[in-house]
Design a binder for this molecule. Sequence first.
Ligand SMILES: [Zn+2]
Length: 191
Amino acid sequence: MMPTTAAVDKAPAKAPKSVLQDSQQIERAAALIRMGARMQVLESETDLSYERLLRLYKEVSGKSPSKGQLPFSTDWFLSWQENIHSSLFLNIYEYLSKSMDMDSIDILTKAYRLYSEQIVAAEVDPLLSFTRAWRLVKFVDANMLNMTQCSGCGGKFVTELYENPRQYVCGLCSPPARAGKCKGERTLMLH
Ligand SMILES: [Zn+2]
C-alpha cells in the first residue's frame, strides 16, 4: 500500500534523534564490531559519527580499527574455495531475505551467524569475514555479482553477471587441478 500524503506530511523532515534510537544505533554498532566489522561497515550501517564509532570500536574490541580501504575487486569472491564460502553465505542471506521482514543489516548479521555455524560444523576455516560478507551483498545489490545455477549439481553459486547458466560448472563439480595437492586441507561441501 502506498503511504497517504497525510502520513508523509505527519513525519517531520528532520526529527531530533531520540535517546532510544540513539541507543539502538550504539547496540547495532557494538554487535557489528563484535562480529569483526570494519569501520567502513559501521559508518555505512549506522548514523553515528566517525568519532563516536571510533571510541565505541576501541571500547568493544579493545584495540584500534585496522586502517586501509576495503578491497574493491569482485575477484576474491570468484576464486575457488572463497567462492564456495561466499555462495554458502549468499544462499543463506537470500533465503532469509525472502522469509523475514527485517532490515538488511539485521538479515546480514543473522545470515553471517548461520554461515559461521555451518563452518564450525564442517570443521573448516571461515574464509569469509563479516566485512567480506557485507561487501558481497553490496556487490550483488549493485549488480556486479549475482548467482548462477550450476549445470552439474543444480546448486546456486556466486558468479559474474554474464555467466552462461547452460555451461556454468561450479567449483565443487569441477575443482581446480591444485585442489588435490593441498594435503590435509579440508574443503567445504555445499551438499
Ligand atoms: Zn556444481
